[in-house]
Each structure stands twice: as structure tokens, then as C-alpha cells.
Design a protein around this ligand. Structure first.
Ligand code: GLN
Length: 474
């Protein structure tokens, strides 16, 4: 029964419940597949105890959770007690976490099996997975292409049937862009919906954990489990988590906002055509749409590339060679220890961002860059607020292009432009999802739905409706 790995999470749950398959069978099939597809470089580490854990779970008398016995993967940004957590960096190459993140704990409590930790851009900075210290990840659809980033390992692992679902993080698009490039579903919930405790920080006001899965319905099941208030994260939202699976399959009325000006300005004709055809499909099937205006969205990218580096420069100051992580050999004195540890331990992209961030925060430039970027952020948030007075969800493409060839983008600004349609939702803290929406030259394209604050259910619902009408996700 080797293609149990290609079944949806929903189907796997059904088979486990009926005892038609065991967690051991599922886990060993995934491990076999991971081994066979090693060349894709999706995993940084494998959990040696996965099979043993599956056996223990199979021996349990009752099912304690819906996803009990399901094998999953974690982006290597989530701390797992007693396991290596590298964040894709030489700096943390030998770091073993003394505690588990809330996301990991919640999934452990649900009796899932962690198969391993997935590859990622270093400290989640990147859109191609090329900045990982552990090498690039290849796109399972075409191994010459990038899987996207920064959570490229998780996206590729789900696409290549190496786990039932995977966790990821999205600061500016790192769940949605790789989901789009690999032709799977990826959801970033509302900022504060999922605890950031134990998730290595990049830009704390933007970072949010989420899920990669085969469909909106599978994503809903997993997202509900990792969501919820956590007193260990001061930005966590203290609101009850709805039954996301029920919301996903329920009958809902939608009015889909389409930001006309943004769509008119899409440069890639294929991306534009694909988007408009999908809107058309939804309209033909009774979904109402409305042209909307989202002013200031064009300033999202510059605003993000001030705020994210500024926050990263503060967050990454903890890697000093003293407390944990990499330390240079034979330092002459303390200054030498700091300088060489950080120069040798961080990769080029990370160092560039620390420098940009430090510059933006320095006296004399703070008002001109950081404060201005925050003002723009407030205006963008306001734009969305106004839009959501009239519509229930907003539709946009996920990316301006399909997956590009590995090593083909040398200009950093071109790489940053990857996030042009994903960053606005992060700046406003809104939930957003990417679902497969068709192809350009055999590579998948993604359709994005952005929801209002805490309305994950609505974007999951419309995505599910879209997936009932199409088969790009199967
Ligand atoms: N690609 C973006 C960046 O490099 C977003 C990364 C992310 O969401 N973690 O900052």
C-alpha cells in the first residue's frame, strides 16, 4: 500500500480510524519516500525515533485526537526539545533545543509523528531556498526550479508526498509563495492566532506560523490544532478558535473583492489571464465579486524591507558566540569573538539584512526610514479595513510569476519583488491562503485569498469551494 502517502490527510484519518492502515505503515512509507527522494534536499534532519513512536501510538486503545498517528514535518525554525534546530544556518548548525515550541507541543499532544525538520532559507530570509546553509531544495515538479522560500523544504516535502502536512512560517510570504511554486495549499493565519513561542524570530511583528497541506480542508484540520491563545507569547490573541473544518465545508455567502488596479498592472500576461479566468469561474458558479481599491499597497515592499531588516537586526543580536550557537576558533579578545563569530556564522543575505536594519534604526535615519515605514504600514492596514467594510474576502494572485530556475535571480531587488502580493497581508496582520490555480509552462500558479482579522474560516471556505470546482490541487 505504498501510495497511502499520496492520500489526503482526510482520507488517511478515515483509514486510521477504521484501522485499515496503521501509523507504523504510514510512517515507514513516508520514511521510504523521503529516502528515495533525498536529492530534493527537503530535510535537514530526520527523526530517528519516528517508527518507534508510531508503534507506541498504534498500541493506544483509544483515539485521543483526529490526527493521531499522522506523520508530519516541521520547518527547522521550530524548536523541538532534544533535537537539532538549525534555522538553515551555520550559526545554529549544532544547536539542540532545550525546549519545544508551542506549535510542536500542540502537534505532539495530538499524537502526530514528527518525521523530521525541513530545509529553509537561512533564518527565513529569502524566496528561493538558496540561502540555506544546508544547500538548496529542488522543486519536486521540476528539479531545476526553485521550490520558493523561505519554507521551501516544507512545501516540497508536502508536494513530493514526504509527509501528510507540514508546518511553515510566513513573515512576508514564506508559506504562500512556496505553496504557489509547488502547487499545494499554504495558509498563514491572522497574526497572533498561532503562538510564536519557540519559533526562532526573524521579524517579530510579522512572523506567523502556518500550514502546508494538499487542500484547504486538510489545512483547516491542521491549522485548528496549532491555533489558540498562549500566555507565553505576548502577541497571542485570546479568542476562541472556531471549528475550522466545519467552517471550511459549511455554506457561506461570499463577496469577493478584486483589486482592479493591481490586477491591471500584472506584468506577466499568463499570470493575469490565469487570475481573471479563475475569477470568471467563481462568478459563473454563483460567487459574487466586486472591484475594490486598495490604495498604498504599492508601498508594501519598500515598507517591509525596512521593517523586517530592522526587527531582524535586533532579533539576531543574540547570536554572539557566548550563550549558544556557533563560536569562532581562538578569539583574540571579546571584540574579535563577536566579530568573527558573526562574520563566519551568518550567510551573506542575513548579514546584508542586519546591516540594512541597523542602518535604518540608527540615530539620524530612524525617522526617515523606520518611522516612515511604520506610517505606511498603518495606511496599508487602514486600506484593508476599509475594503473589508464591503467584501468578505479579497482575491489576488499569490506571485507575479511561476517557479523560476534555481540560481537564476542574481539581483536582490528582483528576489525581493517575489513578495509583492504576499507582503501586504503580513503588514496588516491578516490571514491569507494560496491555493493551486493552474499552470504556466507546466509549473503551477497560485491564487491568493486574504481575509479580515481572525476570519481564517472564510478564506478556507472559499478555497474549498474553488477546489471543488477544480483539480489543480490533486
Ligand atoms: N521572502 C521574504 C523575505 O526574504 C519573506 C520571508 C518570510 O516570509 N520568512 O523576507
Amino acid at each position: 500500500m505504498n501510495d497511502i502517502v499520496s492520500l489526503s490527510l482526510e482520507d488517511q484519518i478515515r483509514l486510521l480510524e477504521k484501522k485499515k492502515i496503521s501509523s507504523y505503515e504510514l510512517t515507514s512509507s513516508y520514511l521510504k519516500n523521503i529516502e528515495e527522494k533525498k536529492d530534493l534536499n527537503c530535510f535537514i534532519s530526520i527523526n530517528e525515533n519516528a517508527l518507534e513512536q508510531a508503534e507506541i501510538i498504534d498500541d493506544l486503545k483509544d483515539r485521543k485526537s483526529l490526527i493521531q498517528g499522522i506523520p508530519i514535518a516541521h520547518k527547522d525554525i521550530f524548536c523541538v526539545k532534544g533535537q537539532k534546530t538549525t534555522c538553515g544556518s551555520k550559526m545554529l548548525k549544532n544547536f539542540t533545543s532545550p525546549y519545544s515550541s508551542t506549535v510542536v507541543e500542540k502537534l505532539e499532544k495530538s499524537q502526530t509523528i514528527m518525521l523530521g525538520k525541513t530545509n529553509m532559507d537561512e533564518f527565513a530570509m529569502g524566496s528561493s531556498n538558496e540561502t540555506s546553509f544546508f544547500g538548496k531544495v529542488k522543486n519536486p515538479i521540476n528539479s531545476l526550479k526553485s521550490p520558493g522560500g523561505s519554507s521551501g523544504g516544507s512545501a516540497a516535502a508536502v508536494k513530493a508526498n514526504m509527509c501528510a502536512f507540514a508546518t511553515g512560517t510566513d513573515t512576508g510570504g514564506s508559506i504562500r509563495q512556496p505553496a504557489s511554486f509547488c502547487g499545494i495549499t499554504g495558509i498563514k493565519p491572522t497574526y497572533g492566532r498561532v503562538s510564536r513561542w519557540g519559533m526562532i524570530a526573524f521579524a517579530s511583528s510579522l512572523d506567523q506560523a502556518g500550514i502546508f497541506a494538499k487542500s484547504a480542508l486538510d489545512s483547516a484540520i491542521a491549522l485548528e490544532i496549532i491555533s489558540g491563545f498562549d500566555e507565553k507569547d505576548s502577541t497571542s490573541i485570546n479568542k476562541e478558535v472556531p471549528n475550522l473544518k466545519n467552517e471550511t465545508i459549511s455554506k457561506m455567502e461570499h463577496l469577493i473583492g478584486v483589486p482592479k488596479k493591481i490586477i491591471e498592472n500584472i506584468e506577466d500576461e499568463n499570470v493575469k489571464k490565469n487570475f481573471l479566468e479563475n475569477i470568471n469561474l467563481l462568478e459563473k458558479n454563483g460567487f459574487k465579486t466586486k472591484d475594490i481599491d486598495l490604495p498604498f499597497l504599492e508601498y508594501s515592499l519598500p515598507s517591509y524591507y525596512v521593517i523586517a531588516p530592522a526587527e531582524c537586526s535586533a532579533n539576531l543580536s543574540r547570536y554572539d558566540g557566548i550563550k549558544f550557537g556557533y563560536r569562532c576558533e581562538n578569539p583574540k579578545d571579546l571584540e574579535d569573538l563577536y566579530v568573527r563569530t558573526r562574520s563566519e556564522g551568518f550567510g551573506e543575505e542575513v548579514k546584508k539584512r542586519i546591516l540594512i536594519g541597523t542602518y535604518c534604526l540608527s540615530a539620524g535615519y530612524f525617522d526617515a526610514y523606520y518611522i516612515k515605514a511604520q506610517k505606511i504600514r498603518a495606511m496599508i492596514t487602514e486600506s484593508f479595513k476599509n475594503a473589508f467594510k464591503n467584501v468578505s474576502v479579497i482575491a489576488m494572485p499569490t506571485c507575479s510569476n511561476e517557479a523560476f530556475d534555481l540560481d537564476s535571480i542574481q539581483d536582490p531587488v528582483k528576489m525581493y519583488e517575489q513578495d509583492i502580493y504576499t507582503i501586504p497581508a503580513n503588514l496588516a496582520g491578516l490571514p491569507a491562503i494560496s491555493i493551486p490555480s493552474g499552470y504556466k509552462k507546466e509549473m503551477p500558479l497560485g491564487l491568493q485569498f486574504i481575509g479580515n482579522h481572525l476570519e481564517e474560516g472564510k478564506i478556507l471556505n472559499i478555497s474549498h469551494e474553488f477546489q471543488k470546482l477544480t483539480d489543480y490541487h490533486v
